[in-house]
Structures are given as structure tokens and as C-alpha cells.
Design a binder for this molecule. Structure first.
Ligand code: MN
Length: 236
């Protein structure tokens, strides 16, 4: 077969303890999945899924590029589930068998864009989709050491803790998330599911140092890069 141009390279994540890499197919993200204060509004009655393109996934290391078109670039620490066995209409009691492993990820968000779009009743995809919007650690295979998950996830900015929650406080447990998503469309090996973020999401500034982790899974550190050229604060 001849392509018009070279197809994009496969995005992949390292796997802890292996020389093989996890090839990333699709990235599904779950909306609110932890208890939030009442001021955040009513919780959705069903899990809300959205997507990021695989090209937004980067290994979490070094400098995090500050995206264009935002003055409210926000962190969201999330447990990432890596799927290695696909399937449609997966029953909850079989859903955990489809998991290959876990990673720590950030669902980075242009909050100002999202708020404006929501208030106008418009799609807020642009709030979630930009280069490097989903930095992730290596994938840790599910094993006796890591399963069942019963730790906390946390995020600090410049040494100050902003987010912390126990994985057990997720509104929809992983089995339910996988099962419901597989009713929307068949899951495939290579799918990643970002499983929502607890309260404490807040804006990042250039030069901020992010430390984040999930007990038993891993930790990441990133430094927020400068604003894009010509985009001073409040220019969005
Ligand atoms: Mn999120």
C-alpha cells in the first residue's frame, strides 16, 4: 500500500519493568467522578465521557508547554486505566479482566474556554484538546502488588497540596466505567481511560512545578513552560 504521506507515528507509553511499550489507541476521559462540593452543581446522573486524541498524550517529564488561547490553564490529576483486551457490552463483573495496567495522568484543561462554552451551551472540546494535554507516567501492569487499588491520588504545585482523594471515593467504580463505556462503542486494545479528578483543580502559571502521584502506581514531576509568544496574562 502507498500512502499519500507518511502516517503519523504510533504514540506509546513505557511499561514499568518491560522493554515493550504500550501503544496508545484512543483516550477516553470521564467527567466528574469524585464527590465535589454542592457549589460545583449537581453531579451527572450518568457517567459523562469525552475524548482526547492520542496525539495529546506525552510522557510526563521535563517542561510542560503552556497552551495557547487560555488564561486559566488547569491541572486535573487522574488515574489512567490501560485496556489490553477489547470488547463490547462488557458486563461489570468481567470488566476488570480487560485492564492491562494503570498510569498517573493529568487531564489538562483550558478552564476559561470550558466555562464560556458551557455558558453558551456549546461543545467544550477545545478546552480539553491541545498538544501535550495528557501527560502520563509509565504504565504499571496490574498485579498483586497493585491490585486491588486502594491508595490516594494527590497533586502539589510548588510544594503545596491542591488535590487529594482516595481512589475508593470514585462515584463510578472502574468496573462500571469500563462496562458503560463498552456499551457506547466496542473497546479496543490500546484504549486509555482517564477516570476523573477530585476537587482542588486550579490554574497553573509559567514556572510552576507540579508533583503528582498515585499510591502504588507512580509519580510525575513537570515544570510549566512560558506562555506562548505574544500571549501575555489576560490576553485570552
Ligand atoms: Mn478530567
Amino acid at each position: 500500500m502507498t500512502y499519500l504521506f507518511n502516517p503519523p507515528a504510533t504514540v506509546s507509553l513505557p511499561i514499568e519493568g518491560s522493554t515493550a511499550r504500550f501503544p496508545v489507541g484512543r483516550v477516553f476521559c470521564l467527567g466528574r467522578n469524585y464527590p465535589w462540593p454542592e457549589s460545583a452543581g449537581p453531579a451527572p446522573s450518568e457517567p459523562v465521557f469525552f475524548m482526547k486524541p492520542a496525539s495529546n498524550v506525552v510522557e510526563a517529564q521535563g517542561e510542560l508547554p503552556f497552551p495557547p488561547l487560555t488564561d486559566e490553564f488547569c491541572h486535573e490529576i487522574e488515574l489512567v486505566v490501560a485496556i489490553a483486551e477489547g470488547g463490547a457490552n462488557i458486563p461489570p463483573e468481567q470488566a476488570l479482566d480487560h485492564i492491562y495496567g494503570f498510569a498517573v495522568g493529568l487531564d489538562l484543561t483550558r478552564r476559561d474556554h470550558q466555562r464560556k462554552a458551557k455558558s453558551e451551551g456549546l461543545p467544550w472540546e477545545g478546552a480539553k484538546v491541545f498538544d501535550a494535554s495528557a501527560p502520563m507516567t509509565a504504565v504499571v501492569p496490574a498485579s498483586q502488588r497493585h491490585w486491588p487499588l486502594d491508595g490516594a491520588l494527590w497533586l502539589k504545585v510548588n510544594g503545596q497540596e491542591r488535590q487529594r482523594a482516595h481512589l475508593g471515593s470514585q462515584t463510578w467504580p472502574l468496573a462500571e466505567v469500563i462496562s458503560r463505556l463498552s456499551r457506547q462503542l466496542p473497546l479496543r486494545p490500546g484504549d486509555l481511560i482517564m477516570t476523573g479528578s477530585p476537587p482542588g483543580v486550579a490554574p497553573l502559571n509559567p514556572g510552576d512545578v507540579i508533583d503528582a502521584g498515585i499510591d502504588g502506581i507512580g509519580e510525575l514531576q513537570l515544570r510549566v513552560g512560558p506562555r506562548p509568544t505574544g500571549q501575555a496574562a489576560n490576553a485570552a
